[in-house]
Design a protein around this ligand. Structure first.
Ligand code: ATP
Length: 635
């Protein structure tokens, strides 16, 4: 098991990490697991690092020989030989470093790719409840900033960790061999620095996490305000100035934390330079005295100083390594906590497909409430410290009905009665808590999701079209459909003349959420998409708002084509639909309060009759109704 499970000590629904950062062993294991496919490249990388470190360590020894065996004894040839050798070693050093750094970046980016794919696939599998709760900006930040941060930090840490450990080991061995006393003296202050680095590192780790959270808040604001719907609301209410102020405040918070992080880290770097200076003074001072007394050769003194310059950098980086590793792990952890969220709707072991052919839908004493935050979400993605524990109330109670194959069932009821909720249960966008929903006798929880998606077609109120061409939007329903099929679907959906009149016809781009089309046109395009899919079950929301009068008839016809011969459930807003329905279910506060056909329900004079008056303009009295209903047209 690669990723930690929710509810475990590391990640729970409550985002403890947002309050008290703590890196778990599971995270470390999961990161190592990510590197496993690249073990070959990593081994080669290691080999190159060893080679490069060895070449760089030999250099000061070459200079030592150049001075002691060349300069001091006046051997010109030895000086030139050693100078050439030093030049060759420097070249090799640079070349090797170039290659191994490339490899580190490559592996880092490969891991970014793997992780991005994995998170995308995982998020797609999450139930609708997750998307309802998650702030899109926060999710995009996870997929984008956190993952790339984790990847590049992985490369840096890899290079720093392996390269520096080896350099330090090699150089310290050489230094101790040259003079263990001077080496100890030069490094005596190092432990103090390392303790300080540990303390500052912890602060930096917390700051990094906070910086990510603040960036994600800022991103969320942009994503929400800059999509078409958000921008429209912003403009209609003339709130641009206020929005700018809010954004400015969020951006300032990001700036403040970044400045703070830089300030917290600065003493560490300043202290590092001071330490190098002190070390060099000690070696030159004490080593100089030893050389004057004749107990040390001058070449050895120069080599020691050369080593000192080379070892301090890696030593300081190693004390910072803890900081780097921890901040990298923060990024990984933020990605892993998304991966650790279990999708609530999955295929059961042994799940079966919904039997093919015409479909019979059965709701059997269904009770339903929307999932709570703790069931489907993550505090940090909702941008709250602790998820709401508030239980959701039941939205559907004891709902039972049967839609026989090919039947049209109309759903009516006041706003908030639960019509859309019931419609969504047919596509298993949520699982029921009581009773069951069955198709051809198979409980949807026992059916494969693929087969349900294949059987059910939905056109909901705000039909979404992707920011792409009409063709691409249609092909989404049936990849590989021929042009003839696309045109036939558009014709049957009564939208072909409109599409043909567009400058680029079917290859016209439709803006984000299809905004360059009118609401009625968009509804018909989504019906064309449904026709291409040709599902056995159609769930349709007859939106009232989008229907301009001239396309009313066209839409009516399109709906009729879409429903013909299919088991259909329609959230009805039209008189003609309820008149033709084989069965009308009247929902009120999550319960079916009346059921039957149009005339009998009208005659009963209860909620349905009342709704007909308000929604379909059918007059009040039963006599009038009987007299007029057949001639009344939707409108
Ligand atoms: P309308 O005709 O206004 O579209 P409806 O009959 O389709 O209404 P639903 O959208 O099914 O009603 O909503 C039924 C109840 O469920 C409402 O009280 C609503 O607040 C609640 N509800 C809807 N969606 C969610 C959700 N994602 N999470 C929690 N509660 C929800």
């Amino acid at each position: 098991m690669i990723f930690p499970t929710p509810g475990g000590p590391a990640f729970g629904p409550r985002d403890d990490n947002a309050i008290k950062p703590k890196i778990s062993r599971r995270t470390v294991r999961a990161v190592l697991e990510l590197g496993r496919p690249y073990i070959g490249t990593l081994s080669f990388f290691l080999f190159l690092v060893v080679l490069q470190t060895a070449t760089s360590v030999v250099n000061p020894l070459v200079f030592r020989r150049l001075i002691d065996r060349g300069v001091v004894v006046g051997d010109e040839k030895e000086v030139i030989r050693m100078a050439l050798l030093a030049a060759a070693l420097s070249l090799a050093d640079t070349g090797l470093m170039f290659v191994h750094r490339y490899l580190a970046v490559k592996v880092g980016q490969d891991i970014v790719l793997d992780l991005r794919r994995k998170v995308f696939v995982h998020v797609q599998r999450m139930s609708l409840g997750f998307f309802n709760r998650t702030r899109t900006g926060a999710l995009v930040t996870r997929l984008n900033t956190d993952i790339s941060g984790a990847g590049s930090a992985f490369s840096n840490v890899l290079t720093a960790a392996v390269g520096n450990v080896l350099t330090v080991v090699f150089i310290l061995s050489a230094m101790f061999a040259l003079s263990w006393r001077l080496t100890l003296a030069a490094l005596v202050v190092m432990p103090i620095y390392m303790v300080a680095a540990g303390i500052i590192g912890r602060q930096l780790r917390e700051l990094t996490r906070a910086a990510f959270d603040r960036t994600s808040e800022m991103n969320h604001l942009m994503v929400e305000r800059f999509n078409v719907s958000g921008a429209t609301v912003m403009k209609i209410f003339g709130r641009a100035d206020e929005e700018s102020t809010i954004f400015g405040r969020l951006a300032q918070r990001v700036r403040d934390i970044n400045v703070h992080s830089a300030n917290v880290g600065r003493p560490l770097y300043a202290g590092g330079s001071l330490l190098v200076g002190l070390g060099v003074i000690i070696v030159y001072g004490w080593g100089g005295v030893l050389t004057v007394r004749g107990s040390m050769e001058i070449g050895t003194l120069v080599a020691l100083v050369g080593y000192l310059y080379r070892v301090y950098g890696p030593l300081l980086s190693l004390s910072n390594l803890q900081v780097d590793v921890l901040t990298t792990l923060v990024s990984f952890e933020r990605v892993f906590e998304v991966l650790a969220l279990k999708p609530t709707i999955t295929d059961r072991p042994g799940a079966v497909p919904v039997p093919a052919g015409p479909v019979r839908i059965e709701f059997d004493h269904v009770g339903f409430r929307y999932p709570t935050a703790t069931e489907v979400s993550l505090a940090s993605l909702e941008s709250v410290a602790v998820l709401s524990q508030h239980p959701e109330r039941d939205v559907l109670h004891d709902v039972s009905f049967v839609a026989e194959p090919g039947q049209l069932v109309a759903l009516v009821g006041p706003s908030g009665a639960g019509k859309s909720t019931l419609a969504q249960l047919i596509a298993r966008l949520y699982d029921v808590q009581a009773g069951s929903v069955r198709m051809n006798g198979v409980d949807l929880r026992d059916a494969t999701q693929d087969s349900i998606q294949g059987v059910v077609g939905m056109v909901m109120q705000d039909a979404h079209l992707f920011h792409d061409t009409l063709r691409a939007n249609l092909l989404y329903a049936k990849p590989g459909a021929s042009d003839a099929e696309l045109l036939a679907a558009l014709r049957d959906a009564q939208i072909l003349p409109t599409v043909e009149a567009l400058p680029q016809g079917i290859d016209t781009m439709v803006g984000e959420r299809g905004h360059r089309l009118s609401g009625g046109e968009r509804a018909r395009v989504s019906i064309a998409r449904l026709l291409l899919k040709a599902p056995a079950v159609v769930v349709l929301d007859e939106a009232t708002a989008h229907l301009d009068s001239e396309s009313e008839r066209a839409i009516q016809q399109a709906f009729q084509t879409a429903l013909a011969g299919r088991t259909s459930l329609v959230i009805a807003h039209r008189l003609s639909t309820v008149q033709h329905a084989d069965q009308i279910l009247v929902l009120d506060q999550g319960r079916i309060v009346e059921r039957g056909r149009h005339e009998e329900l009208l005659r009963a004079g209860k909620l349905y009759a009342q709704l007909c008056r308000t929604q379909f303009s059918v007059p009040a009295g039963p006599h009038e109704i009987e007299a007029r209903a057949p001639s009344v047209r939707a409108g």
